[in-house]
Ligand binder design. Structure first.
Ligand SMILES: [Zn+2]
Length: 501
């Protein structure tokens, strides 16, 4: 096992560098003065270059090949065999990129990020356009380098959701559209909009934060290995399973945004805090795909955090925190308010139903940009048109339209968006499976206690880390491949009840 050990030692050093990059990026989003941007871009770019060289050197390629020989006789499900298989897959992909393009990707991202922050603040798409054109071109270039069998988009999607094709995503999204469009229509036609004004009142940020911390703890987030920071665009990042940080943004006059993004990011963090300790400093110690990652965050945010039993349990404490604002609002009205279905411009503020359409829109536009069917200069108009046809609203500005998300500042992030919606479908499928397998989980959830659910997720999803690719993990955990049907059943039942359809 000498070569295997040598391989692991190299992986650990690469992991150290990658985690240092993540610290720099976390700092950039939370604390760094904007003036530090150019140098920070160089710092990240240099470290990524070193990591790339270390992970793709001829010496490492030899070690990897020899390590594969070392583990050839071990059990196919052993950690060693699975780690080698994962590295062969990642290595194969990474070695398709030259050091030169890796640096160009990092530099393009740095430049585009600064341009996007300004363009979004100024509602000035035109100033961001050249950066986006570069990024689309770079995304195409990298997809060609990775290679693909059917569609260029597959090459990019594969980096985020290994084993699923663009065609399969289209099939799932079309099925979701066929079911959720009529549901949304029925809600709108019912003509009984929910009054959620109770959520829009002055809520002191310190008290919001205190309460959100308690809710994050209630769903299992471990603050002794965590940290909560404040940013423009909430995210989770981790530097080890013992340092898993979440971020949020607070609105002094709106309760939902800060609270539910803390629960969302806590769901991501549970996954990273829950990987097997033996996997530390290797690529096994991380979520296996973005879709599975998003299933964890959306399960905690929505299946738990927007459920009625959770609030029957915790609403009295929220009322005690904000007696003037919520003292005369019933738990039933609060539950309806936090689940209001409302077509709107902003993805991250969207409800559970219209959220799907925000993602489908981005998936379709990305494909059009990459195929050349849509020129970048026509993106704002195409965005507005699709928002109208899918969500039923037209954004008032580009800042509330195609400039709202950070993703397209990264040429490597094309192919990322579909995983957000897939996460909702994985999550609903996990929920159905766990309550079938163990009815006490459902009993606990009906009292607002997610501990049985979190234990099931820890055992079936978190502990294996990246040991199994997403398609295999889903079958191992639920006995079935990914389907949109559990999500559709969940959505119809929940929103049918809320809107009395
Ligand atoms: Zn997320």
């Amino acid at each position: 096992m000498e070569n295997y050990k040598k391989m692991v030692a190299n992986l650990q050093e690469v992991d150290d560098i990658i985690k240092a990059v993540q610290v720099l990026q976390w700092d950039r989003e939370t604390n760094m003065p904007r003036a530090g941007s150019i140098e920070r871009t160089h710092q990240v770019s240099t470290l990524r270059k070193i990591a790339h060289e270390k992970g793709t050197s001829a010496e490492f390629t030899d070690t990897l090949g020899a390590a594969a020989q070392d583990v050839a006789d071990l059990d196919a499900d052993s950690d060693e065999v699975r780690l080698v298989a994962l590295i062969q897959r990642l290595h194969g992909r990474q070695s398709k990129l030259t050091t030169e393009i890796v640096q160009r990707l990092a530099q393009a991202e740095g430049a585009a990020t600064s341009a996007w922050i300004k363009a979004r603040a100024d509602n000035d798409f035109e100033s961001f356009r050249p950066y986006l054109e570069t990024n689309v071109e770079l995304a195409r270039e990298t997809a060609e380098l990775y290679g693909y069998e059917n569609e260029l988009y597959d090459a990019l999607l594969r980096g985020y959701e290994y084993g699923i094709s663009a065609a399969e995503v289209r099939t799932i999204f079309d099925a979701v559209k066929a079911e959720i469009v009529p549901l949304l229509q029925a809600i709108i036609e019912k003509g009984r909009p929910i009054d959620d004004s109770v959520l829009y009142q002055p809520f002191a940020v310190e008290k919001q934060e205190q309460f959100a911390r308690e809710m994050a703890t209630a769903v299992g987030y471990d603050f002794s290995r965590g940290h909560l920071g404040e940013v423009v665009h909430p995210f989770m990042t981790n530097f080890s399973q013992n340092d898993v940080r979440i971020t949020t943004r607070w609105y002094p006059e709106f309760l939902s945004s800060g609270l539910f993004s803390v629960l969302h990011e806590a769901g991501h963090a549970l996954y990273e805090q829950g990987t097997h300790p033996n996997f530390s400093r290797t690529p096994l110690a991380s979520g296996t795909s973005l879709g599975i990652h998003e299933s964890q965050s959306r399960s905690i945010e929505n299946l738990v955090g927007r459920s009625r039993p959770f609030w029957e349990r915790h609403y009295p404490q929220l009322q005690a925190t904000f007696p003037d604002q919520l003292g005369s609002t019933s738990v039933d009205d609060f539950y309806r308010a936090i689940n209001k279905v409302q077509p709107s411009f902003i993805r991250v503020e969207a409800d559970e139903l219209t959220y799907n359409f925000h993602i489908i829109l981005r998936f379709e536009l990305e494909q059009a940009l990459l195929s050349g069917d849509l020129a970048v200069k026509n993106l704002p108009a195409a965005w507005a048109e699709k928002m109208q046809s899918l969500v039923g609203v037209t954004p008032d500005t580009d800042s509330n339209g195609c400039l709202q998300d950070v993703h397209w500042t990264r040429p490597s992030a094309f192919g990322y968006f579909p995983t957000y919606a897939l996460g909702g479908y994985y999550g609903a499928q996990f929920m159905e499976a766990m309550t079938e397998q163990d009815p006490t989980i459902a009993d606990q959830l009906s009292t607002g206690d997610p501990s049985g659910m979190v234990n099931w997720l820890r055992e079936n999803i978190h502990t294996p880390g990246s040991k199994f690719p997403p398609g295999e993990l889903v079958i191992r955990a639920t006995g079935r491949p990914l389907s949109h049907e559990p999500f559709v059943r969940y959505a119809k039942k929940k929103f049918g009840a809320i809107y009395e359809l």
